[in-house]
Write a protein that binds this ligand. Sequence first.
Ligand SMILES: C[S@@+](CC[C@H](N)C(=O)[O-])C[C@H]1O[C@@H](n2cnc3c(N)ncnc32)[C@H](O)[C@@H]1O
Length: 297
Amino acid sequence: MAKPLTHTAGRYPTLQEAHSLHQTVRRDLAGYDRLAARLNSLIGVDMPASEKNRTLMACRLAPLLRRHGCENYSQYEMILMTGDPEATREFISSLTTHTTDFYREGQHFSLLPTVVRQLEQDKQTRGRPELRVWCAAASTGQEPYTLLFTLLESGVRAAPWSLKFLASDIDRGALLRAANGTYTADQTAKIPDPVRARYFEPPEIDGTLTVRGNYKRLITFAEFNLAASKYPFQYPFDIIFCRNVLIYFSHDSGKVVVDRLVEALAPGGFLFLGHSETGFVKNRKLRVVAPAVFQKV
Ligand SMILES: C[S@@+](CC[C@H](N)C(=O)[O-])C[C@H]1O[C@@H](n2cnc3c(N)ncnc32)[C@H](O)[C@@H]1O
């Protein structure tokens, strides 16, 4: 069993200690394979063995090992094996990439007013007044908020719409930041002035911006694992954004996720993937309507 808080507990490690722990774990090929397999079985993310990935794992896990007083991967695995949910969470959080931005892959947001008009016409025929939206790898919130602002700017709140908006991610820490909705001046630089004025509180002295509470409350933030064997939704979604997360999955697991997303989509609904993720789509219920945008037929 790992020694609790002995290695460098209670103080910062010396550079030499930090370097030596990093070197020890980076050379542990079998330990790397076991931890990569554990990550894959938990969340579907694939980290094939390579020098680059071994270094990446060592860099990202070494601080956790130090905090737990572990001197190698085996000791750390003992902690994960206890099934402690917090330990599992920090393991997943450390090994996932949360890069995101407001208006990332902006063509998708330019297309939304057209998508909304089309859904509106269909809804008048079908008589369902709700617009159900799911942002499935929401990270720290920049993507769901961009989506929300763009939908609202496209008139979605006006009758006959009623917006149901779910933003999910595997990483609770990222979701907490999303729900908080506070961003630095740099992070919000791409947001057009009128959008900034309408949806954010007046800036702090250092330029920090926070999304207004009445808009944050339009989004439900929840933890959800895309690798789950069953998706629990009672009603289908009209728009699903699942961008820049499948790239971390193996080809086969990514295809399975796409099939589940298609099941969760209403007929006529739209699926948005990252521009480099279209290779995962082999589902005959989807037709391409724009780069990395699909409609369920
Ligand atoms: C690179 S970010 C992409 C964020 C956003 N979709 C975008 O395109 O800007 C990938 C996100 O996917 C999340 N993620 C990774 N594996 C996941 C899984 N199995 N289920 C749900 N979210 C996952 C990560 O926590 C991370 O926040």
